[in-house]
Design a protein around this ligand. Structure first.
Ligand code: ADP
Ligand code: MG
Length: 790
């Protein structure tokens, strides 16, 4: 009863339009153990027969019966498992994997069948010992002679203990002495299993084999020791390889195969990885920079900008109520690029309207209510008063008026900031807010606390404008001052309205004459102001909150308001429709209201600053204000300004724009390097075609082959990603140095660990995708064709 039986096997190859019938209805049966030599001229179909028996190639018709079971219904996996377990191939040209050691070449079939690494090593070593190569197991195949390589191939064929050894001209490339060694080994092997050998050498066939089959043109000519063919083919029922019998290559095996292969091409791998890393470096640096910049912005916003007030001002301002919507593109009835030659006139202010906030009692109540309702969000609410203050300054026995109002326009969008050139601002009550932005200069410097205290603010160069000194009556000749000239000094005095304005006989009032300033300064009425300190903005503060000049407390404002309200001129003005200072009638009610505000008769604030407790609180406050505006006519709405947001938005926009542009460039380099890695993988597939054939011949599945190449691209992707990240970290150092030189901000660019890891993973995924198509091509390669390539 035979081990292996061929029943009318037929095989044709198609070349162009012609069919070549290579095997013609071959029927043959083999014993469980015998040494069969197949002799025949070149091209007679011997190799084809071996490949069919070994499951590397598929027959067209007939049946291959293994252990009495038909293979007609074998699937790919069954053939893979069959090759791995039942067949050992020995080829004329050895077919060893060049980048693997002798030991690893022998182990390869076992790695596919899931044998543990210790057992693999032990069995492979034993097999190599049996073929007399004990001392060469760590060598690479190219360090061995032809006979030694063929013995490695035999060891590889034997190590999985297959039932059948198929040897295709194993001595074809060997001299007679080494041929004898190889044949003796095969003869020994044939004692316990079936060896089918194709050879050209009649003598060898005669000497060693137990049976000789002669082949000609795809037909059997003679058989020296045929078997009585048993008629009944038992159990035609197809068998399927059970799950546990299937071969599979572990990811680790795939990785180590590819890693070793890459090691043999170090230069190219490093170049590839470097090219691949450029895209990663681009993305990493962009990330690091934009991350660092927005981090910087966040710090700025939470540190200082967050505490900037939401400002509601009563000055006239330009507002675009449609700002939130898309810009009006149709431009009314005007046609784009008209054909006619008419020139039109249009109103470029149409989209803007001027708006004046009217702080009604309703609104003031609403703000009061807000202060209690969202107390957590509001740090402080401060009110600006329009009341004019009569301030005199004394220097060198000379007294001048310190003008606290300015005719200059308030800066648009920056109302409540004290205006331009007044040098006289109320400070917010939150001391921490001020101290976050300002340092004290000079010994004993402190913030004003009481209603008779003020402080001086200087700029980052320790400067204050000439105007300020003029207002104080300082001589132009005096070029330098010291903080000690100011701290603790009382050079300012607030003069009450009743002293400053004198009522004339006709009922009108006149302000004090400059010649009377000296007396006014020396008289008892009024309030002398002490300078408590000098403040300068901190180094890392980007926006100066105060203009240089004096800052004073809200308590002083309260004092002035209370004082002015009770003054004779204020009360008299309320009764009269004539301007009591200029003696002319008011043109309208608004003019009178302005005059009453200046004199302190009307205490309605001219501005409100709401100080939030945090950045989030700011949004809460704005939501409340928007709530108030809801449903109100445009003229009744309250428009607020948020300086911090304007600043923050501009910077965020800038950072985003720069980031998008850079990301675009980085993406292009990523795409280029991905395509390149795809091409390189393709080249690698071409180069490793032989290895693909060898792996398939020892039972690797198509899946395993694509796994090998995917492992290779994964490794390249990992190296490229890691190299890219490492280089990025290195590049960040000089970049940060440069930024620090340019902007004084240290360590702007920073790449966190998590994005770095994500980038490496991303690089691996990208190269994996790039290699998918070449890997599939590799998997689809016909093993027979693959083995034929050199
Ligand atoms: P042998 O091993 O006896 O020299 P082969 O079995 O290798 O012969 O080849 C038998 C014939 O089949 C030859 O003419 C060969 O050209 C042809 N042949 C083998 N493989 C293929 C193939 N994949 N495609 C087309 N023709 C093939
Ligand atoms: Mg051949």
């Amino acid at each position: 009863m035979g081990k292996l039986k061929l029943v009318a096997i037929d095989k044709s190859y198609r070349t162009g339009n012609q069919y070549l019938n290579v095997l013609k209805k071959i029927s043959l049966e083999f014993r469980e153990s015998e040494f069969v030599s197949i002799l025949g001229p070149s091209g007679s179909g011997k190799t084809t027969l071996l490949n069919l028996i070994g499951g590397l190639d598929q027959y067209d018709s007939g049946d291959l019966v293994i252990n009495g079971y038909s293979t007609k219904h074998f699937g790919n996996k069954d053939w893979d498992a069959y090759r791995n377990r039942s067949i050992g191939f020995v080829f004329q040209n050895y077919n060893l994997i060049g980048h693997q050691s002798v030991l690893q070449n022998v182990e390869i079939a076992m790695t596919l069948s899931g044998v543990s690494s210790a057992e693999r090593k032990q069995r492979a070593t034993k097999a190599l010992e049996e073929v007399g190569l004990k001392d060469h197991i760590q060598k690479k195949p190219n360090q061995l002679s032809g006979g030694q390589m063929q013995r490695v191939a035999i060891a590889r064929a034997l190590v999985n203990n297959p039932d059948i050894i198929l040897a295709d001209e194993p001595t074809g490339a060997l001299d007679s002495k080494t041929s004898t060694q190889v044949m003796k080994i095969l003869q020994e092997v044939a004692k316990t299993r079936l060896v089918i050998m194709v050879t050209h050498n009649e003598d060898i066939a005669e000497e060693y084999s137990t049976r000789i089959i002669r082949f000609l043109d795809g037909e059997i000519q003679s058989d020296s020791n045929p078997i009585e063919t048993t008629d009944s083919v038992k159990a035609e029922k197809p068998i399927k390889a059970k799950k546990k019998n299937r071969t599979s290559m572990s990811l680790f095996t795939a990785l180590s195969l590819s890693f070793k292969n890459l090691l043999t091409k170090k230069g190219r791998t490093i170049l590839t990885a470097f090219a691949g890393s450029i895209g990663i470096i681009g993305v990493a640096l962009v990330l690091a920079l934009s991350n660092g910049l927005s981090g910087q912005l966040d710090v700025m916003q939470t540190d200082t900008l967050a505490n900037f007030p939401i400002m509601i001002d009563t000055g006239e301002q330009f507002v675009n109520f449609d700002e939130m919507g898309p810009p009006d593109q149709n431009n009314g009835d005007f046609e784009e690029y008209p054909d006619d030659t008419v020139i039109y006139r249009y109103d470029n202010m149409e989209n803007f309207s001027t708006h004046t906030n009217v702080l009604t009692d309703d609104f003031l109540d609403y703000v009061d209510q807000m202060e209690t309702e969202i107390a957590d969000a509001i740090d402080n609410v401060s009110y600006t008063r329009g009341v004019e203050i009569n301030l005199l300054a004394q220097h060198d026995d000379q007294v001048v008026k310190f003008q606290t109002t300015s005719d200059a326009m308030m800066m648009p969008g920056m109302p409540g900031m004290g205006g331009q050139g007044t040098h006289w601002q109320e400070m917010p009550s939150d001391e921490d807010f001020i101290l976050e932005m300002y340092d004290f200069i000079g010994e004993g410097s402190r913030l004003p606390a009481a209603d008779n205290e003020v402080a001086i603010v200087i700029d980052r160069y320790n400067r204050i404008s000439t105007e300020f000194f003029d207002k104080l009556g300082f001589d132009e000749a005096e070029e330098s001052y010291d903080v000690t000239d100011f701290i603790g000094e009382t050079m300012l005095k607030v003069i009450p309205n009743d002293s400053y304005y004198t009522e004339e006989e006709n009922g009108f009032f006149s302000p004090a004459n400059p010649s009377a300033y000296q007396d006014l300064f020396e008289q008892e009425e009024g309030k002398e102001l002490v300078i408590t300190g000098v403040l300068r903005e901190k180094e890392d503060v980007t926006t100066a909150y105060f203009e240089e000049g004096f800052i004073y407390t809200a308590a002083l404002t309260d004092y002035i308001v209370a004082n002015a309200q009770d003054s004779e001129i204020a009360q008299a003005q309320e009764e009269s429709d004539l301007d009591l200072l200029s003696n002319v009638p008011f043109q309208n009610d608004a003019m009178k209201e302005q005059a009453l505000i200046r004199l302190g008769a009307i205490t309605t604030p001219t501005g409100i600053n709401i100080y939030p407790t945090s950045f989030a609180a700011k949004d809460e406050i704005k939501a409340e204000l928007d709530n108030y505006n809801e449903g109100l006519a445009e003229e009744d709405q309250i428009v607020y300004n948020d300086l911090a947001e304007i600043l923050g938005d501009i910077m965020t926009d800038m950072i985003n724009t720069v980031t998008y542009v850079l990301v675009g460039f980085a993406a292009i380099s990523l795409i280029v390097s991905t395509i390149m890695i795809g091409i390189i993988t393709y080249v690698s597939v071409i180069e490793r075609t032989k290895e693909i054939g060898i792996l398939r011949s020892v039972g690797a599945r198509k899946k395993d082959i694509s796994r090998v190449f995917n492992a290779e691209t994964l490794i390249v992707g990992f190296v490229a990603g890691s190299l890219g990240i490492a280089l990025s970290y290195l590049l960040i150092i000089p970049i940060n140095n440069l930024i620090e030189i340019l902007t004084d901000i240290p360590n702007v660019a920073s790449l966190a660990i998590i994005p770095a890891v994500i980038l490496i993973a991303g690089s691996m995924i990208l190269t994996l995708i790039a290699g998918l198509i070449p890997a599939r091509m590799a998997a689809k390669k016909d093993p027979v064709v693959a083995l034929r390539t050199e």
